[in-house]
Design a protein around this ligand. Structure first.
Ligand code: WTA
Length: 645
């Protein structure tokens, strides 16, 4: 049994802290206890530590400047991203090391060494170039996690073109909007793919999107369902292009550090998709640095980032970070919580995964289904576990460390956003003790504060908005531009502030995230993050996950709760929920209704869709569910909600 299984003890923020085990510290990448103060003292020059992880074609003149109305990281420097992620490992004698290992939904397994990857990237780059793709062009990639996706991303980068990856599950309208908004006249897509055991067609979606776009789109089709898909006049075949240009040499284009590397739309659970552009030098340095320092990735590792490449997590920690460090990145066609064939347990064992990085929602569904015994699926290879995307509750944290980390492996809870490019708040696993449910201090060189509505810091222990109070190399280009508009001076930390839109509280220098600013319950003139209530509820035995929403129609707070296999009695559970919230927080935020559902609605990027829960609870009609990965649960959630009214 994992520690502290008794109720209540794990739900507050005053959880004890756990030092990393000695065996971890002995081999960890970052062990200098003075790194924080050193980075503080040397800021912004401390970021040469990140830049030094890359090979530069042209050295940069300065680390950070504010000129031409924008902040620029590493001005004057030039960098070749595909050389940093591929070629340099080949020339350093690691040509036979595995760069990418892919596990298909039907159990196929493909491995590409760094030499193979270079060969593929050059062939595809030459093929794209023959179709007219050149520096500054935007190439939209509409594919799931298949090897052709990272290969094409790197091929674009080699040509100085920007990739615009669109999550493969999106509709034709969503694809068309993102292509039009990014001014993209090139599309690489696939005939289809496998999702949760079934073949899903993709080509028709791409065709419909193309009909909606004014521009003449040049398109390439990858055969995933069929090796030799019919192309017609509308598509060039990926396989044919690749074969035609196999063996080609493509001189990589050197990019200014500040030049855009890619375009990506945020996965926002509400509102319009937001375009984010990341720079070549700053982003890549930051991706490599945080992969090295926080995820502790080493060249000899097998590292599994379970995110879809359609989101920023897949970009930074599935592709660019691990490949810049020369490690083996494991790419799965199926999401990590899809357990057909023993996944993820079988993969962790068979691939001997060292570092595993996934979303709390995925860990919660694994917990709900239960873990197989370790003698059935050994996971002793795990050295470090990570989470991203949602607040992590202490109960799930303990389960994760116990069941996947043998009760010992460090767990890093990493807070960041599409806009931040890489991890901003986390622990450094060999230096900072872990505190379950709390992300930690900012990574070295990052300065955060928790502020009120006027942007002034609140006292320790009080809730507010998380602000990042100094620029960092991974910041997206819009933030770099807005910084100047706000009259910020990069060398005067107080003048610059990025309001993240997330609620947080700081205790003893550790930041606990409490959900989005919009997700709050107003009570007695105070705002309480819904995540605070959710955390208390999910500390109860039998509960795996909770989604708490204020419902203005009924002036009530509704808690949706999913349970583990013990299936507790609903009335008894409701009593326990109310008692626990009243005791640990306040009777004024006690949920009025507690509704037990099989699963919470989750987006493809692994976030609970609270907006939809509030719509159902308020009987408003919930609109479009295409952003959900489990739309099939919505009908049942609606029925159960009605029954309880
Ligand atoms: C949330 C994902 C709590 C947060 C990299 C943020 C988190 C949004 C955490 C960004 C975490 C991400 N704890 N909340 N460790 N990590 N979030 O753009 O609300 O898909 O603003 O980037 O996810 O989501 P995005």
């Amino acid at each position: 049994m994992s520690r502290g299984d008794s109720e209540g003890e794990r739900s507050s923020r005053s959880e004890e802290r756990y030092p990393p085990p000695d065996w971890f510290v002995e081999t960890a990448n970052v062990t200098d206890p003075d790194i924080g103060t050193r980075f503080e003292r040397e800021w912004p020059d401390c970021w040469t530590n990140a830049a030094d992880l890359l090979d530069w074609e042209q050295p940069y003149d300065e680390v950070l400047t504010a000129a031409d109305d924008r902040l620029t990281w590493f001005p004057g420097g030039q960098v070749k991203p595909s050389v940093n992620c591929v070629d340099r490992h080949v020339s350093a004698g690691r040509k036979n090391a595995i760069a990418l290992r892919w596990i298909g939904a039907a159990g196929e397994r493909r491995s590409l060494t760094y030499l193979d990857l270079q060969y593929e990237v050059e062939a595809v780059a030459a093929g794209l170039r023959s179709l007219g793709v050149g520096p500054g062009d935007v190439v939209t990639l509409f594919m799931p996690n298949v090897p052709e996706l990272p290969v094409t991303m790197l091929a674009c980068a080699r040509l100085g073109a920007l990739h615009n990856v669109v999550y493969a599950g999106f509709s034709a309208d969503e694809l068309a909007d993102r292509m039009a908004s990014a001014d993209s006249e090139y599309l690489v897509t696939c005939d289809g793919y496998y999702r949760r055991g079934s073949a899903v067609g993709q080509r028709n979606t791409a065709d419909s999107a193309r009909l909606r776009i004014d521009a003449d789109v040049t398109a390439v089709l990858v055969g995933r369902l069929d090796d030799d898909p019919k192309l017609g006049r509308d598509y060039h075949g990926y396989g044919a292009l690749r074969n035609e240009f196999a063996g080609a040499t493509v001189e990589p284009v050197a990019r200014e550090a500040d030049a855009p590397l890619f375009v990506l739309y945020t996965s926002g659970t509400t509102g319009e998709p937001d375009q984010v552009t990341h720079s070549t030098g700053g982003y890549l340095s930051y991706a490599a640095w945080t992969s090295m320092a926080v995820l502790d990735i080493k060249p000899g590792d097998t590292y599994w980032c379970a995110a879809d490449i359609g989101w920023i997590t897949g970009h930074t920690y599935g592709v660019y970070g691990p490949l810049a460090l020369g490690t083996t990145t494991l790419l799965h066609e199926s999401p990590a919580d899809h357990q057909a064939g023993g996944h993820p347990w079988a993969s962790i064992e068979r691939e001997s995964v060292d570092v595993f990085y996934t979303a709390p929602t995925a860990v919660r569904s694994m917990r709900q289904r239960g873990a197989p015994p370790t003698d059935e699926h050994d996971r002793s290879s795990i050295r470090l576990l990570g989470t991203v995307g949602e607040p992590m509750d202490p109960t799930t944290w303990h389960w994760y460390r116990e069941e996947l980390g043998g009760g010992e492996a460090p767990v890093v809870d990493t807070w960041w956003q599409t806009e931040t490019g890489g991890i901003v708040v986390a622990t450094l696993p060999a230096l900072d003790p872990m505190q379950p449910g709390t992300a930690g201090p900012g990574v070295p060189g990052i300065s955060t504060s928790v502020v009120d509505a006027d942007g002034d810091p609140v006292d320790g222990g009080e809730e507010g908005t998380l602000a990042v109070s100094r620029p960092w190399p991974g910041m997206c280009r819009r933030l770099a531009a807005e910084a100047r508009e706000a009259g910020a001076e990069p060398d005067s930390p107080k003048a610059w502030q990025y309001l993240t839109g997330d609620r947080a509280v700081r205790d003893d220098d550790y930041v606990t995230l409490l959900g989005r600013d919009a997700d709050t319950i107003e009570t007695d003139g105070n705002a309480v993050g819904t995540a605070v209530v959710e955390r208390i509820i999910s500390s109860l035995n039998g509960v795996t996950e909770a989604g708490v929403v204020p419902v203005p129609e009924g002036k009530e707070v509704v808690a949706y709760v999913s349970c583990d296999r013990s299936r507790p009695d609903v009335t008894v559970l409701a009593e326990r929920v109310r008692a626990q919230v009243a005791e640990q927080l306040s009777p004024s935020v006690c949920p009025d209704r507690i509704i037990v559902v099989p699963e919470l609605p989750k987006t493809h990027s692994g976030k609970v869709m609270r907006r939809l829960l509030a719509d159902v609870a308020g009987d408003r009609g919930y609109g479009d569910t295409s952003a959900l990965r489990n739309p099939e649960v919505v009908g049942e959630i609606e029925t159960v909600t009605r029954e309880q009214e």
